[in-house]
Design a protein around this ligand. Structure first.
Ligand code: MG
Length: 368
């Protein structure tokens, strides 16, 4: 089987509500999605998506994906998409780094490989759990009262996992954590996501002041060096997501004990092929996981769900799905959707959901 054609689509995904991160440092209103269609001489078609969370969140942006694909396309055409390692190596040779540009191609290849094998991607990767995965809400930086209201709204839609965005103001962060813990129900999973918003002193002050609550923080500081510097000085479990980019990052975090949880972002780390290695490092070091796309449509959510399904139930805390936050649906309601706060693994071969092509407009580039 050979890749014969690669089509690239660009779609703007407006967020239902403007979204603030990092104590109000960063505002997001529209996501720039790149949707990739790979066709083969065997008649199978695979779809991939790369949607960074804007261009100020981490070093990734929509136009960069499309430029990267333009550079990589001549190296990918003619390859067998089922041989995902061959495709991965061709991309790494054609364009070192730029992992976020590679994930949509990797995803489309897994989609085709799954269809060719007659298996959902998770099963092709070795076996997918059918236990529904809890979707973590995303509670943007707000006051104590607004935080309560947003969590209540998510609860009414069935959510039992919440990612509460904090960071920026020590006193306000402590107040919000105490208040959320006060309203936390049995069985609810709450992660306090700082999104790099604290300096080392701010991190230690909030983490010390909330030590009695035994809560978990995500990405408390900007870099792995910062997280390493404070790691012996507080008792809280830490999740790392934005600083988890390469397999070397994963190895360092695991070996040096910098975090107890990986937040694996598929687009950030370069797709399923690379993320699966991080999963194995995590599992072999007693590290649990959250899995998410970074942003995007139901396609990206579904890719994340497949990886999450390959993690033992006890080690996968939650997934994050962006589909409830955007106002456009490119797949007409198909694919895994929020069912009482959970996503169910699709049983169709491959990814299990494809877009309606007429919602995508004309491709912005076609490579043959
Ligand atoms: Mg995070």
């Amino acid at each position: 089987m050979k890749i014969t054609r690669l089509s690239v689509f660009q779609v703007d995904l407006p967020l239902e509500d403007a979204y603030w991160l990092s104590g109000g440092r960063l505002k997001f209103e529209v996501l720039d999605a790149t949707i990739v269609k790979i066709e083969t001489d065997a008649g199978l078609t695979g779809w991939g998506e790369g949607t960074p969370w804007g261009h100020t969140y981490v070093p990734a942006h929509g136009p960069g994906i499309r430029a990267g694909i333009e550079t990589m396309a001549p190296f990918i055409l003619g390859l067998d998409p089922r041989k995902v390692l061959d495709v991965e190596r061709a991309m790494d040779l054609a364009l070192p780094g730029h992992l976020y540009a590679k994930s949509p191609i990797d995803m489309a290849c897994w989609d085709i490989a799954g269809q060719a094998a007659g298996l959902p991607i998770a099963d092709l990767m070795g076996g997918g759990s059918r236990t529904p995965r809890a979707i973590a809400s995303s509670v943007g930086a707000k006051t104590v009262e607004e935080t309560r209201a947003v969590i209540e709204r998510y609860r009414q839609r069935g959510y039992i996992a919440h990612s509460v965005k904090i960071g920026g103001d020590v006193a306000r962060d402590i107040a919000r954590i105490r208040d959320v813990e006060d309203m936390r129900r049995d069985g609810e999973i709450v992660l306090y996501d700082v999104n790099r918003g604290w300096t080392r002193q701010q991190a230690l002050r909030v983490m010390s002041a909330t030590e009695d609550l035994n809560v978990m923080f995500e990405q408390p500081c900007e870099t792995l060096d910062d997280i390493a510097a404070i790691s012996g000085k507080h008792a809280a479990p830490v999740s790392v997501d934005e600083s988890l980019v390469t397999l070397q990052d994963a190895a360092r975090i695991a070996r040096d004990g910098l975090a107890e949880v990986f937040g694996i972002k598929l687009n950030r780390v370069g797709g399923l092929t690379k993320a699966a290695r991080m999963r194995d490092i995590a599992l072999s070091h007693g590290i649990d996981m959250f899995v998410m796309a970074t942003g995007g449509t139901v396609l990206a959510d579904t890719e994340a769900l497949h990886l999450a399904a390959t993690i033992p139930d006890a080690n996968c805390h939650a997934v994050w799905a962006c589909q409830d936050m955007i106002t456009i649906d490119i797949a007409g309601g198909r694919g895994p959707r929020n069912t009482d706060g959970h996503l169910h693994l699709p049983e169709e071969p491959g990814l299990g959901v494809h877009p309606d092509e007429d919602t995508l407009g004309d491709p912005v580039a076609v490579y043959t």
